[in-house]
Ligand binder design. Structure first.
Ligand SMILES: [Zn+2]
Length: 312
């Protein structure tokens, strides 16, 4: 669906979206850093609450009532500890240097330029600021511009940019923590289905729905088989939901290419980590970044990739 309003045509131009991508990338840095912390705080709070439920402890555990009240006391202490943590949200507190606590001035916080102007060092204490921050910003800017070049001034460009932002956040959160939060994967599924329903992307609602279903199901089957053979969980539910989101966005036809690319690159990197870095075979390798990468490749090179698959 092409847009005709001049302001929208300007907004959806590659240069404009590159700039918007830099700003969004700057926000994604915050999401990547804080979303896992927020979730883990919440889970720890839940654990603390559960430990205080003496009736539940008595149902689950053997042992004396004294043992259950001891767990309850530990739950209370844990809850107090979680409660006492400094307030955190995606918007507060403002970005600061992790070494010295220096709060970034507005001009130090400008995407890409702020980091370049500081020479990659904190203006207060001189400690290095990770290259990750400007890289995530530049990557998001480049992906947004590429989406504009791919789909032109259309609703599809907006959909792809939103999806790419979710994929960048999901990939880096998974890389850092091996978590793939629902807060990132479920919106991708919803976005794909709504975009198909509204005919924004040229993927039919049937293809998108089957994409979500097969995306989830195919990895579920692989994980189930792996668990039967090796006896351990090889993949997490977050991976299923991420591939469901990509299937919803791009249609079920894109799934073979995504899985093939993600597995091939994942296997090469995995073998490299075992051989060159001395990782044990059981060190978990997050699959999310490879799925996200495969999804991005399918988004931009879908036709060329599906050409490798006669019948799709
Ligand atoms: Zn500092």
């Amino acid at each position: 669906m092409t847009v005709t309003h001049p302001a929208l045509i300007l907004l959806l131009s590659p240069w404009c979206l590159a700039l918007l991508g830099l700003v969004v990338g700057s926000f994604l840095n915050v999401v990547i850093h804080r979303l896992p912390q927020l979730l883990e705080r919440e889970w720890l709070g839940d654990v603390a609450g559960y430990l205080q439920d003496e009736a539940a402890m008595a149902r689950v555990l053997a042992g004396s009532p004294a043992r259950h009240s001891e767990l309850s006391r530990q739950g209370q202490a844990l809850a107090a500890e979680v409660e006492a943590l400094p307030a955190l949200s995606l918007s507060r507190p403002r970005s600061r240097c992790p070494q010295c606590g220096h709060v970034l001035a507005w001009h130090e916080n400008i995407p890409l330029l702020g980091w370049l102007r500081l020479g990659g060092k904190c203006s207060a204490c001189g400690s290095r600021i990770s290259l990750r921050y400007p890289l995530v910003e530049a990557l998001t800017g480049a992906l947004f511009a590429a989406a504009a070049l791919q789909a032109g001034p259309s609703a599809a460009t907006g959909v792809y940019c939103a999806a790419l932002a979710l994929l960048v956040a999901a990939a880096f959160v998974d890389l850092d923590t091996t978590l793939l939060p629902d807060d990132l994967t479920l919106p991708l599924i919803a976005l794909g289905l709504v975009a198909a329903w509204q005919q924004w992307t040229g993927v039919s609602l049937v293809d998108a729905s089957l994409g979500a279903l097969f995306g989830y199901g195919s990895l579920w089957v692989v994980a189930f088989a792996y668990k039967l053979v090796r006896g351990v969980q090889g993949m997490a539910e977050g991976d299923f939901k991420l591939l469901a989101g990509l299937g919803a966005l791009l249609g079920w036809q894109a799934l073979p290419s995504i899985i093939l690319l993600a597995s091939a690159v994942g296997a090469v990197v995995g073998i490299f980590m075992i051989v060159a870095r001395g990782h044990g075979r059981n060190v978990p390798i997050p699959f999310g970044p490879y799925l996200a990468g495969g999804g991005v490749a399918a988004l931009f090179f879908g036709q060329q990739l599906s050409g490798l698959w006669p019948g799709f």
